[in-house]
Design a protein around this ligand. Structure first.
Ligand code: PLP
Length: 386
């Protein structure tokens, strides 16, 4: 297997496979009819993958719009020279309105106070602020209540500093087949859009589908789809695997910084939660810890891959390092083809030869979802783009 060189200052890194990212974006682009726009969701630094390099690939592969979670994420992208449309996926604090106008970031809007403050900030800068109207159709998270949609718009639409560039909702259960709650949310969204149009109000781009919605519900692609996790090669649920092939984009690797044959009975790590049970066991150290996103609850649960062979992680995961054991003459499943050496590459997430540790495997051990696994690895590790 071809391996990226690690950064020189620390032997651990996140590998981001931009060719896989491009193929995933293309796979989604192909799901959309011509004229339907692809909005790539790059919040949390592109789910831990590094937003700016990913966005350039996404745009080249057919994405026309982007979405972030926070104003500061949007500002950072503008400062990095990104000029494509960026939507902030919730309504930020009202103090942000000037920043939004200055950086041409589109907020989600669902209160009149915020919208009017935004309009004022835009007008006094001699501009028009574009925003997307968010509608709560049943997830009970953000958005104007569906009963208040037309009234909100009638309250704010007089303002010459405002332009509605989009109208959207978000599904709570888009990954559940034949789901009644999904159908209910979709109906409510259609009704709200019809009500706006019936009142003569401009909706801008109508959009609702996230990754599972885009894959499983082409009937509601409308004008645009907002795709996140799927771009990074991860499925939001088992059910979507049968619809579309995706390639995981992120791998996490480190090198062995120390390896010894401890004495039988020696303990490993804080609390000495694992002890060497017999002779001929190697214990090796890798500089990746929970401050790098390797959750501490994986301690003594997870495995790593060395030379295409799985090895047990042992002892409590530390903030910056973890240890693993190699049973040099032991059971095949824990034995690399040779003893581990200083500098060997250890795969924590991703493939090495025929073995692969998936974000889903880690998520199951942590009782979470693949989304959180990759976001976490974005915390501190250097990223290498391949
Ligand atoms: C995060 C998010 C998305 C993307 O969801 P995925 O499941 O990652 O595709 C889309 N829309 C909104 C409003 C979001 O918050």
């Amino acid at each position: 297997m071809e391996r990226a060189q690690g950064p020189e200052s620390r032997w651990s890194w996140v590998e981001v496979n931009l060719a896989a990212l491009r193929r995933n974006v293309t796979a989604f682009r192909r799901q959309l009819e011509r004229g339907v726009q692809l909005m790539c969701v790059v919040k949390a630094d592109a789910y831990g993958h590094g937003a700016v390099p990913c966005m350039r690939v996404m745009h080249a592969a057919g994405a026309s719009q982007f979405a972030v979670a926070t104003v500061s994420e949007g500002v950072a992208l503008r400062e990095a020279g990104i000029e494509w449309p960026i939507l902030v996926l919730s309504e930020p604090p009202v103090d942000c309105v000037r920043t939004l106008v200055e950086h041409e970031l589109m907020p989600s809007v669902y209160t009149a106070d915020f919208a009017l403050a935004l309009g004022e900030a835009a007008a006094s800068a001699g501009r028009v602020a574009r925003y997307h109207l968010a509608i709560d159709t049943g997830m009970t998270r953000i958005g104007v209540r569906r009963s208040d949609v037309v009234e909100l718009r009638r309250t704010i639409d007089f303002h010459r500093g405002l332009e509605c560039a989009g109208t959207f909702t978000h599904f709570a259960t888009a990954d559940v087949p034949d789901d009644w709650d999904f159908a209910l949310q979709l109906n409510r969204f259609r009704e709200a859009v019809e009500a706006l149009r019936g009142a003569g109000l401009e909706t801008g781009l109508v959009h609702c589908d996230n990754t599972p919605g885009t894959i499983m519900h082409p009937e509601c692609h409308f004008d645009m789809c907002r795709v996140g996790i799927g771009l990074y090669g991860l499925h939001p649920a088992e059910i979507t695997r049968s619809y579309l092939d995706l390639e995981p984009v992120m791998s996490v690797r480190g090198r062995v910084t120390r390896v010894i044959y401890p004495n039988v009975g020696d303990g490993v790590g804080y609390g000495l939660t694992w002890r060497v049970p017999k002779q001929n066991i190697q214990v090796a150290t890798v500089p990746i810890g929970y401050a790098d996103g390797l959750a501490r609850e994986l301690s003594n649960q997870m495995e790593v891959i060395v030379d295409g062979m799985r090895c047990r992680q042992v002892g409590n995961i530390c903030m910056d390092q973890f240890m693993f054991a190699v049973d040099v003459n032991g059971a095949r499943s824990y034995r690399p083809t040779r003893p581990v050496e200083y500098g060997d590459v250890v795969t924590v997430l991703g493939a090495d030869d025929d073995e692969r540790i998936t974000a889903e495997e880690m998520a199951a051990l942590r009782n979470t979802i693949n989304y959180e696994v990759v976001c976490d690895f974005g915390m501190r590790l250097e990223k290498i783009y391949t």
